[in-house]
Ligand binder design. Structure first.
Ligand code: GDP
Ligand code: MN
Length: 338
């Protein structure tokens, strides 16, 4: 038999784009994934999972970014699994590499120290480039300029439940700026001086501090010290107007000028979280309980049985990270009065 004899004819196709699909209200939103060419198999899996659980009903586009050019093979494999458009971009060098003005001796000493202390990625410069890029530059990439909202995904993450609503529209309608699924403690060795700089910045710019902010999620003593709670930024749904606005622009520039992305190992997770926690109202931050999500080694699985069933979740709610000893959901509940 020839291949064409094995093919079910086109007239049996049950997946045409319906009129309803076309009329659906949509947000000005995109998925964004930073990846290396070597991440190909895992990038495809994440995107396919997102399609299956959400995007075949919404057709939001994807932006894939890389510090190197994506290979043709990469583009072919990714584009094959999506129901929408994908754009592939290269990160401009000046948004990626360690800036000239960083004191390399001091940066080397910082890396050596974290290696000696067995801190994960302690010796990696590329990891630091990535964290700085995700903190201050991804939303400035030319391909991201067309969009206001983004949903960050990473290679080899899982979406365990049907997502039966549009989180972008939900956030837009309610003036949310930042959505998360997992929150935990940051390693103190990666951010020894970060909170001191945050406090200095607040003193310089009290006008940026939001009323009813989430400071008490991040601090147990009214802002004096950082309890290291942050949102895990490998999953983010957020409003880029917030990152592009004056408060975050000045905040990032201020932190960047201190060199801590290289002298220490500041992550984009604490940087984003602290900014959302101070410059936004607490009710502008959304915990997406119904979005089952896994990034090794942690899973958020909806505990509410109705939510879990409605989402046809494939995860085990008993294994959810929410009230694990290393989770910060307790601090979140305290803040929200739950
Ligand atoms: P972890 O989640 O903190 O363990 O860090 P990952 O290794 O998952 O990196 C976070 C994200 O940045 C993932 O989407 C990676 O694909 C991406 N990433 C990390 N390092 C690089 C890099 O050097 N180049 C590119 N293009 N992407 C990177
Ligand atoms: Mn990751």
């Amino acid at each position: 038999t020839s291949p064409s004899q094995n093919r079910v004819p086109e007239e049996y196709n049950t997946r045409p784009k319906t009129e309803l699909d076309m009329l659906q209200r949509r947000a000005n939103a995109t998925f964004v994934m930073l990846a290396r060419n070597s991440d190909l198999d895992m990038a495809v899996r994440s995107i396919r999972r997102m399609e299956d659980r959400f995007n075949t009903r919404h057709h939001y586009p994807y932006v894939l970014l890389n510090d190197e050019p994506f290979t043709d093979e990469f583009k072919r494999r990714v584009s094959a699994v999506v129901s929408s458009e994908v754009q592939y971009g290269q990160v401009p060098r000046e948004h990626w590499v360690q800036p000239e003005w960083i004191d390399e001796d001091r940066a080397t000493k910082g890396r050596d120290q974290l290696v000696a202390e067995n801190v994960i990625y302690g010796g990696s410069v590329s990891y630091r480039n990535m964290c700085r890029f995700n903190s201050g530059f991804f939303f400035r990439h030319p391909l991201m300029q067309n969009y206001r909202w983004y949903w960050r995904i990473e290679p080899d993450v899982h979406f365990h439940c049907d997502i039966n609503f549009d989180p972008f529209l939900f956030m837009q309608d309610r003036e949310k700026v930042y959505g998360f699924t997992i929150t935990m403690y940051e390693f103190d060795k990666t951010i020894p001086t970060l909170w001191g700089h945050v406090k200095d910045f607040i003193r310089l710019h009290p006008e940026y501090v939001a009323k009813d902010n989430a400071m008490n999620f991040m601090s147990d003593d009214g802002g004096e010290t950082y309890n290291r709670c942050h949102f895990w930024s490998n999953f983010e749904i957020a409003d880029m107007n917030f990152w592009r606005g004056p408060a975050y622009t000045d905040f990032f520039e201020y932190l960047d000028s201190k060199g801590g992305f290289y002298y220490e190992r500041w992550g984009d997770a604490p940087v984003h979280s602290i900014a959302a926690g101070i410059f936004a109202r607490k009710d502008q931050i959304q915990f997406f309980e119904e979005i089952g999500y896994e990034h090794n080694p942690y899973t958020h699985c909806p505990k509410d049985p109705v939510m879990w069933e409605r989402g046809r979740c494939g995860c085990n709610p008993e294994g959810s990270f929410d009230y694990d000893g290393y989770s910060c959901m307790r601090q979140w509940d305290r803040l929200m009065g739950n």
